[in-house]
Design a protein around this ligand. Sequence first.
Ligand SMILES: Nc1ncnc2c1ncn2[C@@H]1O[C@H](COP(=O)(O)OP(=O)(O)O)[C@@H](O)[C@H]1O
Ligand SMILES: [Mg+2]
Length: 336
Amino acid sequence: MKVAILFDAGSEEWSPQDVAAVVSNVHEVRDVLRRRGHEVELLPVRHGDFRWLSRVRRADLVFNLCEGINGHARFEDLVVSTLELTGVPFTGCRTWPTAICHRKHVANTLLSAAGLPVPAFTLAQDNKTPTDFPLPAIVKPAAEDASVGIDNGAICTSKRALKRRVGQMLEQFDEVVVQEYVPGREFNVGFVGKRMLPIAEIRFETLPQGSWPIVSYAAKWIPDSPEYAGTVPVCPAELDNELQQRIAGVARQAWDHMAEAEGYGRVDLRVTPEGQPYVLEVNPTPDLSSNAGLARMGRAFGWSYDDLVMQIVDEALMRSQSHRAAAVLVSGVSAA
Ligand SMILES: Nc1ncnc2c1ncn2[C@@H]1O[C@H](COP(=O)(O)OP(=O)(O)O)[C@@H](O)[C@H]1O
Ligand SMILES: [Mg+2]
C-alpha cells in the first residue's frame, strides 16, 4: 500500500526541539509502516503550498500527523476537511470533532447539552471578567491545547486574583474560559475507533508543596522542572471496579458523542473526592509519539507501538470502506 504521512512543516519560530518532536514521531510511524512492507512518502504541509494535495490523491492512505500549518493549530481543521474532500482514507478524527474540540467553550457546551458532566464554565472576552463565578476557578485559553497558558497562577481563589488573571490572559488570547476548579484525581481514557484502552491516572503526590495538582505547561513540556517530575502517569490506573465503570462510562459517552467513535483520541477527566467524574476535554488525534499517553495506554492493553500504529491504520481503512458502502447504498436507493 502507498501511504503518505502528512505533517506540519513548522515555522521559523519553531525551536530545534519543536522540529525534533514532530520529525521524530514522523520517523517512528514511517519505520512501523516500512517494517510492514508499505511504501511511505513524507509530505510536509506548508501555508499556501498545495503540492501535498496532488500527492495525497495518489496515496492509498494518508497517515495524518499534521497538527496545524506553520505551527498554527487552527489550520489542522482545514487539513482534515481537505482530506475528507479527496476521499482518500486517512487516519485520525474527522473535521467536526477536530474543529469543535479546538474551542473549549464550544466543546463544553455540546458535552453538557448531551447530559455529560462538565464543570461549570463561562467565556471571557473583550476584556470582561465574569463576576460572581464560583471559586476556586481555573482560567485557560479557549483555543489552545497542550496546557498552553496553564501554570500554578491559573487557579484563582479570590475575585481579585481572577480579575487579574483573566486580564493577563486576554492580553495574549482572544477568548479565555473560566471554569470551576475540580479537586481530586485526574484520568485519561484513550480510544482507537470504538475500542477503549486501559484508564491512565496522572498522580500528583510528588509535586512540590504549594503547587496545585494540575498538568501545567511545565509538567507537560519541561523535563527538568519539578512540575514534570511531580506529574506521574500510571497506566493502568488503580481503581475499584465501581469507579472504573463510572469513569469508563462517562469517557465512552463523551468520545461517542464528540467523535462518533471514529479515529483515535483521549478523553481527560477529573473525579471529585466524592467520586463524581467531570469531563475536562476530548482530544481528537492526540500526540502519537511512542513516549506519549496514548502509546502508554496501548502498551497496557498489550499492544506494541507497531500494533498501535497498525490498529490506527486498520480503523482508517475500515471506516473508509463503511462510508463508501453507505454512499453506494444511498446512491442505489436514490437511483431506484
Ligand atoms: N476545571 C478544572 N479543574 C481542575 N483542573 C483542571 C480543570 N481544567 C483544567 N485543569 C487542569 O489543567 C490541565 C490542562 O487543561 P485542559 O482543559 O485539559 O487543557 P489542554 O487542552 O491544555 O490540555 C488538565 O490536565 C488539568 O490538570
Ligand atoms: Mg488536556
